[in-house]
Design a protein around this ligand. Structure first.
Ligand code: PGA
Length: 889
């Protein structure tokens, strides 16, 4: 789904489609061009007026032509997405900080209140390596070049700054796309994922965020604290990914540091050329003179240029910092040897020394809000580490590791046999003791060794890059307080948890609640967590505690509606627990791009958070294809960061949308709806005999792993149970088969069984949470297609099983559409959202032929045909369908 409702930019789509057509004719040949055109127009006719299926045209394609055809349609979709993204980024109304401030002012919230909130705020998009991006980096790079050229074309330019004609340059890029391999040959390594994330952090976040602050400082009429900071999981998220090690962590941190420091060095260099102020023509501040004197720059030509001399001193110190942190000299080494900076604050202090007199003197004409102001801001936001890197591991791994440590130390023979109370007591005893558990004379299992190496690497990182480099340690499948205390115990082995009164924890243990049961238990677990005096002391001193809530796994566990409702309920129920403990709450939303994984407009999603649960602190994962969509260009990054920030301000400071009575009535209704939806969903997915076989045969789940789009395996465990399958391939494969079950299943039952339809309509209209749920579901329904899905169901070997389960899904789909239309008062899907409707309608004719080809290729593959072009065709079709559907993983 699109993050934002797209605006159909038909002129651009037509233009790019024509360019692609010319390229296909030129490079793929007239026959391929003709075949593509015939299928395209037959499919368009069919979608407009219900013409005959296009099968016979597809049957006429040879295998080689099939592969080329699929590539052509994939590229068309990619170019259509590009055109849409260029328009769509501006489409969400009011999703910027200036509008939010205006709205708040209208609601009686003044700038002082906004500033008070921002004083302790944190807004963090956190980049993760969740494998849903099907495009290779080379393809995305070409795409971005075309986007930049299109922007020039819009501005009326005929030539690029290098002198190329714009139309020719676009044609050349599209031709290169045509000749670029779509599929990955090699599996993806963690280092590749680190590099990809870095390219966004370095090329987009670094320059964009300081500029955004300047805009916001102006809007607020004062300098705001640094509250928007990016994060990353890549190199630290080990959950189910055996390839992430202590080395991955080191590599990620060192590369990130090199990027941040390299950027500062470049900026310093540029400042040095700019700040040519001569003492002959200006009065120079004493502190600046002192910095110039200390710089060691004695060049005669600069003797009257104190700013340049001071900057050359700062440059030398920062270059030495680079050498110390990264291990190599920077690309442009310094002229002198100097002391490295001990921390970012020291670098910032020097920059402020230079900036202050610029703003204060000369009537503020040389205000420090220019390049030096942006550099100061960058240092505040990115430090020496660029993005805070989180750790994540599964609670089951910690349990095993802790059990092994306790056993080897002679403390407890069988930790795993203890009940929760005994575990907590044992861990508390150990945490209070000054002695450690590990010994270098013991050989530990591979798993334990790896986990110990990780915490040791964290301690190293804190010493090298500072404590902001790693702040959170997330425990997935967290179900108890002991799951969190186990993290403290591991941290203690590396000196990162220090017993005492009060104790200190240099990294925060963060629970990830991600099943329906765990979300329900979250308030009880957190109450018990804060009931531990040491924990409460640590959390109070820090001021806040983070809780992560998982959208995908809760959806896979309990279905769309129940997941959405339980996430919201858990947040609401956690609020008083935090208030009672006197600790600020920071929710971390683990959501993906597809609606079945919490996707949809982030602006709407943040605003739909329950009252009082945001309070200026929020972290949100940004994953897979969403990253390129939102942060692929500086313009789109600005739009999306504005949206995230403005939504956070509104969610924190706007009056609650519902009265208490409405709240209670709506919540009670939602409980009923959720209960029905949950049972319908569980009954289908986990209670229907043969469902697993049906799912595995109907969808391309088995083929998806061949895409090589991520470094981690598709299942957490070696098992074929749906419970153990990761949420991404689950959602991804349902999207391919056009069922998109995780985005709607169960809702139809719930709406149909609910008697008070007027109440449902009120909820849809007046409750942002329910409104957003329905809007996202509507998009999913519009992109699903039961006619095509039925053809996939034909792949199920046991025909009766296929027909029986599919019949149920189709009826439930119809019931869901009917229910939605009734509640929203529409006669057809997307009737009230013409722009989105047009965008989806434009795509559908391109997707159906891809689906039909995919089904045929899967049939041949499964029948044992071993022509490698068949397997390749399946992968290409998966790639093409994912591209055309957008955010389907
Ligand atoms: P996970 O993420 O499988 O890494 O826990 C869930 C998801 O985002 O799908």
């Amino acid at each position: 789904m699109n993050a934002l409702p797209p605006v159909t930019n038909t002129d651009d789509i037509r233009y790019l489609g024509r360019v692609l057509g010319d390229v296909i004719r030129e490079m793929g040949g007239e026959r391929l061009f003709e075949a593509t055109e015939v299928i395209r127009s037959a499919s368009v006719d069919r979608h407009r007026g219900g013409g005959p299926p296009v099968d016979h045209h597809l049957d006429a394609l040879s295998l080689d032509e099939t592969l080329d055809f699929v590539r052509g349609f994939m590229l068309f979709s990619m170019l259509a997405n590009l055109a849409e993204d260029r328009q769509g980024v501006a489409a969400e109304e009011g999703a910027d900080v200036a509008s939010a401030l205006q709205k708040l002012a209208g609601e009686g919230v003044d700038h002082d209140q906004v500033c008070a909130l921002l004083d302790h705020a944190l807004i963090a998009p956190v980049l993760t390596a969740h494998p849903t991006e099907v495009r290779r980096k080379s393809m995305i790079d070409h795409r971005n070049r075309i986007a930049a050229l299109m922007a020039l074309r819009d501005a009326g330019a005929e030539e690029t700054s290098a002198g190329d004609r714009i139309d020719e340059a676009i044609m050349r890029q599209v031709a290169l796309l045509w000749q670029t391999r779509v599929l990955r040959r090699e599996r993806l390594y963690v280092t590749d994922e680190v590099e990809t994330a870095l390219s966004y952090l370095r090329d987009v976040f670094l320059p964009v965020i300081p500029a955004l602050y300047q805009r916001w400082d102006r809007a607020m009429g004062r300098r705001l604290p640094a509250f928007l900071k990016p994060g990353s999981w890549i190199g630290g998220d080990r959950d189910g990914n055996p390839y992430v090690t202590a080395d991955s962590l080191r590599t990620a941190l060192s590369k990130a540091s090199a990027a941040a420091l390299g950027y500062y060095l470049d900026e310093l260099h540029a400042l040095g050329t700019e700040l040519s102020i001569s003492s002959d023509h200006a009065t120079i501040d004493e502190a600046v003179i002192a910095l110039a004197e200390a710089s060691g720059d004695t060049g005669a030509s600069r003797s009257d240029e104190p700013y340049r001399r001071a900057l050359s001193g700062i440059y030398a110190r920062l270059a030495a910092t680079y050498q110390k942190l990264v291990g190599t000299p920077p690309p442009r080494p310094a002229a002198r040897v100097a002391e490295p900076y001990p921390d970012p604050a020291a670098l910032r202090a020097d920059l402020v020394t230079l900036a202050r007199p610029l703003s204060e003197g000369a009537g503020g004409l040389l205000s420090s809000s220019g390049a030096i102001g942006r550099l100061i801001r960058a240092v505040e936001v990115f430090g020496f580490h660029l993005a805070t890197l989180d750790l994540r591991q599964n609670s089951a791994v910690h349990e095993r590791v802790v059990a092994e440590l306790l056993k080897n130390a002679g403390v407890c023979d069988d930790y795993l046999a203890l009940d929760e109370a005994e575990r907590v007591a044992m861990l508390n005893r150990e945490l209070a003791s000054a002695r450690g558990l590990t010994s270098r004379f013991i050989t530990y299992s591979e798993e334990t060794t790896k986990e110990l190496e990780i915490v040791a690497a964290v301690a190293e990182a804190h010493a090298t890059y500072g404590p902001a480099s790693i702040r959170q340690y997330i425990v997935s499948m967290c179900q108890s307080v002991s799951d969190l205390l186990e993290v403290h115990l591991l941290l203690k082995e590396a000196g990162l948890y220090v017993p005492g009164d009060p104790p200190r924890a240099a990294v925060m243990a963060v629970p990830l609640f991600e099943t329906i049961g765990d979300l329900e238990a979250a308030p009880t677990i957190m109450r018990a967590w804060f009931a531990l005096p040491e924990v409460a002391a640590i959390a109070r001193r820090r001021g806040h505690q983070e809780v992560m809530i998982g959208y995908s796994d809760s959806n896979k566990d309990g279905g769309y509606l129940t997941s959405g409702w339980q996430l919201s309920k858990a947040s609401t129920a956690l609020k008083p627990v935090f208030e009672a403990a006197g600790v600020g709450m920071q929710l971390f939303h683990g959501r993906g791009g597809a609606v079945g994984r919490g996707g949809g407009s982030a602006f709407a999603a943040i605003r739909a958070q329950p009252p009082g649960t945001v309070q200026g602190r929020i972290r949100i994962t940004e994953q897979g294809e969403v990253i390129a969509g939102k942060y692929g260009t500086r313009e789109s990054a600005i739009t999306n960061l504005e949206a995230m920030t403005s939504a956070t301000l509104l969610a924190s400071l706007s009056p609650a949308p519902l009265s208490n009575t409405e709240n209670e009535t709506f919540a009670a209704a939602m409980d009923t709806l959720s209960d029905t939806a949950f049972h319908a969903y569980r009954d289908l997915v986990y209670g229907t005999e043969g469902f697993n076989a049906f799912f595995r045969q109907m969808t391309p789940i088995a083929e998806i792993s061949g895409l090589k789009i991520g470094s981690r395996p598709a299942s957490r465990k070696k098992s074929s149970r749906i419970e153990d399958l990761r949420a991404i391939p689950w959602v991804f494969s349902w999207a391919q088969a056009r069922v998109m079950l995780p985005g709607w299943y169960g809702v139809g039952h719930a709406l149909a069984a609910f008697q008070d339809k007027a109440l449902l309509a009120d909820m849809a209209e007046g409750w942002p949470l329910f409104g957003a749920m329905l809007a996202n579901m509507e998009m999913v329904l519009a992109k699903s297609d039961m006619g095509i899905a039925e053809r996939y169901a034909g792949l199920v070997e046991d025909e009766k099983l296929g027909a029986r389960i599919f019949g149920r899904i189709r009826d439930d789909w119809q019931q869901t559409c009917d229910g939605l239309l009734e509640v929203t008062g529409q006669s057809r899907l997307l009737e009230k959202h013409p722009a989105l409707d047009a965008s989806i309608r434009l795509r559908l004719p391109y997707i159906e032929p891809l689906n039909l080809l995919q089904i045929e290729l899967m049939r041949r593959h499964r029948a044992g045909e071993d022509d490698p072009r068949i397997a390749e065709g399946i992968l290409l079709s998966i790639n093409a369908i994912a591209t055309a559907l957008r955010n389907s993983g």
